[in-house]
Ligand binder design. Structure first.
Ligand code: NAD
Length: 363
């Protein structure tokens, strides 16, 4: 069996999530290749050493050495957003497959550069839009494709958290426009990716962005705290989205309703094992619960109602990545999909700045 050498960059929130997924995936699925955790890199070498030992990587090193290592076939990037571009470009130039966290880049130019570089390299790329790997989302996608909701009329979505709600919350790389891009880039990218995954391309947007807390730790904040936008989908549906990292009480509220001529479906990531479905003529919403009739769920548990969690979605994402590397699937968001999401966020920023509708084709 072929061995896939893996190098992981970053040991923060997402670094750990990737490491857990790489370790769990072969216990959950029968894989067409053997996974070898070759190296772990972090800007803090002592932490890289500690995490490498604890997470089962053979060694710690810096990211340049990791990319140059001939034993490594796949580079996973979980660093702050501005580092995605130089790291992914170097990995693509070395002919490695790349699994990069979202958002792919900090500007549309960077995202376009990465998309072109991935095409030129001809390697498998994937981006961490893990929420799309929820078996309940796949069930919904199939319901829409089968016409169970009828003609799709609208997508209304929100992704709110409250981790920046306190005006005293410390300045972090997420607050720096050169390093990241505010709530829209951080949370909105997931929501826009989800909308596109389920309803297809967006043609035009208008939007409003606001920075509520204009200083943190004495530093001026130039990124948005909350954003809202209207969307026009190519299929004729209309959309409304909002995102905030200030909304008290919400911890992972990636939520949306999709309404069609035959029914409405509602989803909330804070209850990720459920869909609420209303069918035309019904007396109210029905609660659909994830169970082993869904292959992604059955892989973890033979019993209904036992529930998947956030980290399982990451394992499902890594499974699809490995199947893509073995040539068995094309599913999953690649650099082209992530570039399309970046086009949506760029259009939303431009629309808000110029207070007008922006067609994505004009970018
Ligand atoms: P974090 O701050 O917890 O971790 C970042 C890591 O990168 C740290 O370990 C840091 O030491 C390391 N790092 C920084 N500079 C480096 C360098 N030059 N070389 C090597 N390592 C370096 O951040 P996080 O929350 O894990 O976010 C990282 C990425 O993951 C971001 O792009 C973010 O948008 C994304 N993210 C995705 C999800 C998701 O659900 N898919 C959730 C959270 C974060």
């Amino acid at each position: 069996m072929r061995t896939l050498g893996i190098g992981l960059i970053g040991t923060g929130f997402m670094g750990r999530a990737h490491a857990l997924a790489f370790r769990q995936v072969s216990a959950v699925f029968e894989l067409p290749m053997h996974l070898r955790l070759v190296a772990l890199a972090d800007s803090d070498p002592a932490r890289a050493e500690r995490c490498a030992a604890a997470w089962g990587f053979e060694q710690a090193c810096d990211w340049q050495a990791l990319i140059a290592d001939p034993r490594i076939d796949l580079v996973a990037i979980t660093t702050p957003n501005a580092l995605h571009c130089p790291m992914a470009l170097a990995a693509l130039e070395a002919g490695k497959a790349v699994y990069c966290e979202k958002p792919l880049a900090v500007s549309l130019d960077q995202a376009a550069l990465l998309h072109r570089a991935a095409q030129a390299a001809g390697v498998v790329t994937r981006v961490g839009f893990n929420y799309q790997h929820n078996p309940m989302i796949e069930r919904l996608r199939q319901m829409i494709a089968a016409g169970e909701l009828g003609e799709i009329l609208a997508f209304q979505g929100e992704f709110s958290e409250d981790f920046m709600a306190d005006p005293q919350a410390p300045f972090s790389w997420r607050c720096d426009p050169m390093q990241a891009g505010g709530a829209l880039a951080d949370l909105g990218s997931h929501l826009l990716g989800m909308a596109r995954h389920l309803l297809g391309e967006v043609e035009a947007v208008c939007a409003d962005l606001r920075t509520v807390h204009k200083q943190r730790e004495g530093r001026v904040i130039e990124v948005d705290d909350q954003a809202s936008a209207l969307l026009r989908f190519a299929n004729g549906a209309s959309g409304a989205i909002s995102t905030s990292w200030l909304k008290q009480g919400y911890k992972n509220h990636l939520s949306f309703e999709i309404s069609g001529t035959l029914g409405t479906v509602a989803f909330d990531q804070e209850r990720l094992n459920e869909l609420r479905l209303y069918r035309r003529g019904g007396e109210g919403f029905q609660r659909l619960l994830a169970g082993p009739d869904l292959p992604g769920y059955a892989a973890f548990s033979p019993a209904p109602g036992h529930q998947l969690g956030y980290n399982e979605l990451k394992t499902l994402e890594v499974h699809e990545l490995i199947m893509a590397l073995s040539g068995a699937t094309k599913a999953g968001s690649d650099f082209e999909d992530a570039w399309q999401v970046e086009r949506m966020t760029a259009a939303i920023r431009l629309a808000a700045a110029q207070e007008r509708w922006v067609r994505l084709a004009s970018l």
